[in-house]
Design a protein around this ligand. Structure first.
Ligand code: SF4
Length: 432
């Protein structure tokens, strides 16, 4: 299901300059997934966590269909359905929730961390999931910790679910000793294979200790304190960053580790903070850079000169646009993003080609009209827009795939390029 979250009336766009990139804001109807979607990749990442959506049948269908591409022996997410009786205030939702959670924990004693995930219905009936989580945590301690966050379409879009989930974890992180040596924290869910590659590179650079948020196990949350320097691995973590900074951590400004250039600059930000010798940095990164260059070559031939249009969806749009323009020679017709954190994206914006049109927010009809007029070679969009665009003859790439596929780091640069090359190749084959 594509969760539409309409915002009333298109507002007059405002223009603000950021270097030589034109940033425009747009407000109107949106067509994006809600934050529940993040459960699909987060439940794979935190291996002993369980996500219990407190929502409606619609919410259950959304997650099932988003996760439908995978086969689970024992899924680690479920929906506690709020039905008409609950909505009419005829049942005590808190009692029912306690019963559902009790049954779940009895059946699944492997659960160490339980997230109660809020939805539109739980928000509408003003169910206080924060209080419910505190109560359940007390009842189930020490075996199970219960936290809550909102994935509702009223409050979040798509990747903001991960942001809300990680922000809920930050207060649980143990405090580092005041005299602890500097430590690096990488914030943002990465596929395990990517995390392992980065851990190896940091070790070769002599940067230690390095920890990741989220951790793979609920009980292995990294320490945090004023000694913590953190790198964002994802561009959609505004609340998480705020929470980390409230606990004393300092962000290392960097572009995101997408493509060879992004990965090098991201690693470099940490290397500079740890005063790594430039010669050592060059030696450690050279093999990865070489592999990435080799992998990108064939895709560059296919994609160079082609024009891409980004509909706002994942908040990955700006770093992806930078990668496609600078490493693959693609033209950027329009770079839409649901939300633009100017601070976290500053290094990315500075790398975009002069004159790039960045549009923050969405007015769906206007954007569809602009895409039709521009006739890009490829449109990157949510699932709900892909079919109508394809029906009009425009090639599309589902942005959700960019969250489900390991794309960060040197060894994934070729795979990332291939995700964009594949729809064009398929189209060429169909035409032949
Ligand atoms: Fe739809 Fe809201 Fe449930 Fe998301 S949280 S699936 S937008 S009802």
């Amino acid at each position: 299901m594509n969760a539409h979250a309409p915002v009333p009336s298109a507002a007059t766009p405002s223009t603000a300059g950021c270097g030589e990139v034109a940033i425009r804001q747009e407000r109107g109807q949106r067509a994006v997934f809600c934050g529940l979607t993040g459960i699909v990749w987060l439940h794979r990442k935190i291996q002993d966590a369980f996500f219990l959506v407190v929502g409606s049948r619609t919410c259950a269908h959304l997650i099932q269909s988003a996760a439908g591409v995978m086969i689970f022996a024992e899924p680690r997410f479920a929906t506690a359905i709020i039905d008409e009786r609950d909505l009419a205030g005829l049942a005590d939702m808190n009692d029912e929730l306690d019963r559902v959670v009790g049954r779940l924990i009895e059946r699944r004693p492997d659960i160490r961390l339980l997230f109660l995930v809020g939805s539109c219905p739980s928000e509408v009936i003003k169910l206080d999931l924060g209080r419910a989580a505190a109560r359940l945590s007390r009842n189930l301690a020490p075996a199970v910790r219960v936290l809550s966050y909102s994935g509702s379409g009223i409050e979040t879009t798509f990747t903001q679910g991960e942001d809300a989930c990680l922000a809920a974890l930050v207060p649980e992180m143990p405090r580092a000793a005041a005299d602890a040596p500097p430590a690096l924290l990488v914030a943002g869910a990465l596929a395990d294979v990517v995390e392992d590659q980065f851990a190896r590179l940091f070790a070769e650079l002599g940067i230690a200790p390095v920890r990741f948020l989220p951790a793979r196990r609920a009980g292995a949350l990294p320490e945090i304190g004023p000694n913590t320097r953190y790198l964002l691995a994802q561009p959609f973590l505004a609340d998480t960053a705020r929470a980390l900074e409230a606990r004393g951590a300092t962000r290392l400004p960097a572009p995101f580790p997408l493509g060879a250039e992004g990965t090098t600059r991201w690693l470099q930000a940490a290397a500079e903070a740890w005063h790594v010798d430039p010669a050592r940095f060059a030696a450690v990164t050279a093999p990865g850079l070489r592999r990435a260059e080799q992998a990108l070559g064939p895709h560059r031939e296919r994609l160079s000169g082609k024009r891409v249009f980004f509909f706002p969806d994942s908040q990955l749009e700006v770093p992806l646009a930078r990668f496609l323009a600078r490493e693959l020679g693609m033209g950027l017709t329009e770079v839409g993003t649901p939300y633009l954190h100017r601070g976290h994206l500053a290094e990315e914006l500075a790398l975009l080609p002069a004159g790039t049109q960045v549009v923050e927010g969405q007015s769906l009809d206007d954007q569809m009209d602009r895409a039709r007029a521009a006739q890009p070679d490829l449109s990157v969009c949510g699932l709900g827009l892909a079919n109508p665009l394809e029906a009009e003859g425009l090639a599309t790439k589902w942005s959700i795939e960019l969250l489900f596929t390991p794309i960060q780091g040197y060894d994934q640069a070729g795979d990332l390029a291939e995700l964009f090359a594949r729809p064009l190749l398929r189209r060429t084959r169909l035409e032949v």
